[in-house]
Write a protein that binds this ligand. Structure first.
Ligand SMILES: *[C@@H]1O[C@H](CO)[C@@H](O)[C@H](O)[C@H]1NC(C)=O
Ligand SMILES: *[C@@H]1O[C@H](CO)[C@@H](O)[C@H](O)[C@H]1NC(C)=O
Ligand SMILES: *[C@@H]1O[C@H](CO)[C@@H](O)[C@H](O)[C@H]1NC(C)=O
Ligand SMILES: *[C@@H]1O[C@H](CO)[C@@H](O)[C@H](O)[C@H]1NC(C)=O
Ligand SMILES: *[C@@H]1O[C@H](CO)[C@@H](O)[C@H](O)[C@H]1NC(C)=O
Ligand SMILES: *[C@@H]1O[C@H](CO)[C@@H](O)[C@H](O)[C@H]1NC(C)=O
Ligand SMILES: *[C@@H]1O[C@H](CO)[C@@H](O)[C@H](O)[C@H]1NC(C)=O
Ligand SMILES: *[C@@H]1O[C@H](CO)[C@@H](O)[C@H](O)[C@H]1NC(C)=O
Ligand SMILES: *[C@@H]1O[C@H](CO)[C@@H](O)[C@H](O)[C@H]1NC(C)=O
Ligand SMILES: *[C@@H]1O[C@H](CO)[C@@H](O)[C@H](O)[C@H]1NC(C)=O
Ligand SMILES: [Cu+2]
Length: 519
């Protein structure tokens, strides 16, 4: 377990050397152990941190340095500088099988002296949505580790939140499931979204939240309904409904008003249908950023790198002496961006290769557009498509420090359309516009929101559609970009940005910690 690499909160934390620690230093020890749980009528052994599922909640403030040790007394520690603003992130194990259970909330508080740009909530409540068990089609979803009473043997295995009538709560919702986007709803209550992916939004009132793996959504919930109890519930948003099997169960927890008679039967929200793309799209596309709010960045106007990137599935030819029965005989499933299917290097990491200037680990020739143009979202031109067989490689995108990237992410219909939640490490990006079918620069560029586009680190690209993002490459290093559906990440739906150093010490990648474990 020493070699388990924790990717703390995925993105905007910087692994730093000892010399650069700052503000408060928060130390945490993670003890990775087997945990025996009784869930869904069975005793199950899972890998968990500190004997709890989800793992322990970590609280820090903006600017703190977080030091994590895997197992008490371990000589391997990981130091992270919290460069991210206040908000909700999550920490998790890197290996996918472990990530299903080795994860927890990471709550970043405003630094002392700064308040929230919304009314101070009475209490904060993390809502961690996850799988009951992974990594294949799971048995159950869970809310804060509990499946809820719709599952067998689970009447008392339900997350319960007691609230005081009239008070406002900040729910920090995290989707930690490996492969499922989710709809989340609370009976008879609206929610007011105030942040997504730890970026403030204009307040947005909704009765349903759509959330992709890797995303977080912070909502204010006011207990303003009659005394009683109300279910909160989550189930899948399956954009490839009918093509890809998924867990169709529903997890629920209950919100109980303090003083409500214990005999009341909770009200159940009506969840959207699994394939309710209009509801998901409405939520995903209606959000806007809080202009002028803490940590807000204006939209970069001048673009240095324009990229058009297709995202979707592909096939890989199997060696002739193996039996391989993918969607087409003799092949197995793959996934690609611009006809390139990513394989991570097995030896030296890309970041180390970049820092020590070691060649042969990755190349920097990831194409800026697909090799051919075609009707990307037309399902009838499918099996004979030119991008069907994508070569495997470790191709990255080299960026000058401080240059601005604009990337059109275009879903393809190769083997079926699907909403892919694309995640970039190291940067928040502006979501300029999103839509269905093929991106058309002549008509769609005029739809760009140049004033208050939502900022995110994971964009759920509309199924059979596109999204345009912009960001400034002001964070030197090697940053992974990948689909946050684990099944797609594992078969190559990824690439990486290699961002050159800037002119000053603060804009130069620090050396790796001396005690960085060798994998
Ligand atoms: C995990 O448990 C250890 C030992 O009991 C404790 O010192 C540590 O603070 C716990 N870690 C977290 C992150 O809560
Ligand atoms: C944890 O459980 C796995 C599988 O059940 C077993 O192989 C392993 O030895 C256990 N590890 C410890 C430390 O008990
Ligand atoms: C997941 O599914 C794959 C393919 O169907 C199978 O080979 C594998 O054993 C399954 N893993 C688990 C943990 O059930
Ligand atoms: C939720 O908000 C909608 C739209 O603003 C409103 O029509 C509805 O009455 C609200 N519902 C509750 C329970 O407050
Ligand atoms: C919100 O979504 C609906 C449905 O997709 C759309 O008609 C409307 O224009 C959107 N509003 C904003 C402000 O984005
Ligand atoms: C298939 O052929 C390759 C190359 O000749 C060889 O390395 C591999 O062991 C063979 N695999 C099987 C399953 O026979
Ligand atoms: C798949 O291909 C193999 C080898 O070419 C062949 O023996 C087998 O019958 C094929 N299976 C199907 C379902 O077509
Ligand atoms: C999709 O492609 C087929 C085959 O080229 C074509 O006949 C059809 O018109 C296309 N559909 C649309 C909506 O363009
Ligand atoms: C995609 O890559 C494959 C494998 O290298 C190649 O055969 C194919 O021509 C490429 N597609 C296009 C459109 O260039
Ligand atoms: C990055 O670019 C911005 C805007 O073009 C400029 O204001 C800033 O000074 C640049 N930063 C560095 C370190 O070059
Ligand atoms: Cu995907």
């Amino acid at each position: 377990m020493e070699r388990l690499v924790f990717l703390l909160a995925c993105s905007l934390l910087l692994l730093v050397a000892d010399s650069t620690v700052s503000a408060a230093i928060v130390e945490h020890t993670f003890s990775v152990q087997n945990l025996t749980l009784t869930r869904l009528c069975n005793r199950q052994v899972i890998t968990a941190v500190n004997g709890s599922f989800p793992g322990p909640r970590i609280r820090v403030r903006e600017g703190d340095t977080l030091i994590c040790a895997i197992r008490p007394g371990s000589k391997y520690t990981y130091k992270f500088k919290i460069i991210k603003q206040e908000g909700t992130l999550w920490w998790h194990a890197h290996a996918s099988v472990l990530r299903a259970t080795v994860h927890g909330a990471l709550i970043i508080r405003p630094r002392t002296g700064r308040s929230y740009p919304f009314p101070k909530p009475y209490r904060e409540v993390p809502i961690l949505l996850a799988l009951g068990r992974g990594p294949n089609v799971s048995d159950a979803y869970t809310i804060n580790g509990w499946p809820g009473d719709l599952y067998p043997c689970s009447t008392n295995q339900m997350y319960k939140l007691k609230v005081e009538r009239g008070k406002t709560y900040l729910l920090r919702i995290i989707n930690a499931a490996l492969d499922n986007q989710l709809f989340y709803k609370i009976a008879n209550h609206n929610m007011t979204v105030v942040a997504v992916d730890a970026c403030y939004t204009n307040r947005y009132v909704t009765d349903v939240v759509a959330i992709a793996p890797g995303q977080t959504v912070d909502v204010l919930l006011t207990a303003d309904q009659p005394m009683g109890s109300y279910y909160m519930a989550a189930r899948a948003y399956a954009s490839a409904f009918g093509i890809i099997p998924f867990d169709t169960t529903t997890t629920r927890g209950v919100i109980v008003y303090d003083g409500a008679p214990s005999s009341t039967t909770p009200l159940m929200p009506v969840l959207p249908a699994f394939n309710d793309t209009p509801t998901a799209h409405k939520f995903y596309s209606n959000l806007t950023s809080l202009v002028g709010g803490p940590h807000w960045d204006p939209v970069p106007v001048k673009v240095d790198h324009k990229m058009f990137v297709t995202i979707g599935l592909a096939l890989q030819v199997c060696p002739s002496n193996t039996t391989c029965q993918g969607p087409v005989n003799g092949t197995k499933l793959s996934a690609a961006m611009n006809n390139q299917s990513f394989i991570p290097p097995t030896g030296l990491s890309m970041l180390q290769a970049f820092f020590f200037n070691v060649g042969g680990v990755y190349s920097t020739d990831f194409p800026a557009k697909p090799p051919v143009q075609f009707d990307y979202t037309n399902a009838s031109i499918n099996s004979n498509l030119p991008l069907l067989f994508a070569p495997k490689g470790t191709k990255s995108i080299k960026l000058k420090f401080n240059s601005t990237v604009e990337m059109v992410l275009q879903n393809t219909a190769i083997l079926g359309v699907e909403n892919h939640p694309m995640h970039i490490h190291g940067f928040d990006f502006h979501v300029m516009a999103q839509g269905f079918e093929n991106y058309n620069p002549a008509t769609d560029a005029s739809k760009f929101n140049l004033f208050d586009p939502q900022m995110r680190n994971t964009i759920a690209v509309p199924v059979g559609g596109w999204a345009v993002i912009r960001f400034v490459a002001n964070n030197p290093g090697v940053w992974f970009m990948h689909c946050h559906l684990d099944a797609h990440l594992l078969i190559g739906l990824a690439t990486a940005f290699v961002v050159e150093n800037g002119p000053t010490p603060e804009t130069t990648l620090p050396p790796p910690p001396a005690d960085l474990p060798q994998c």
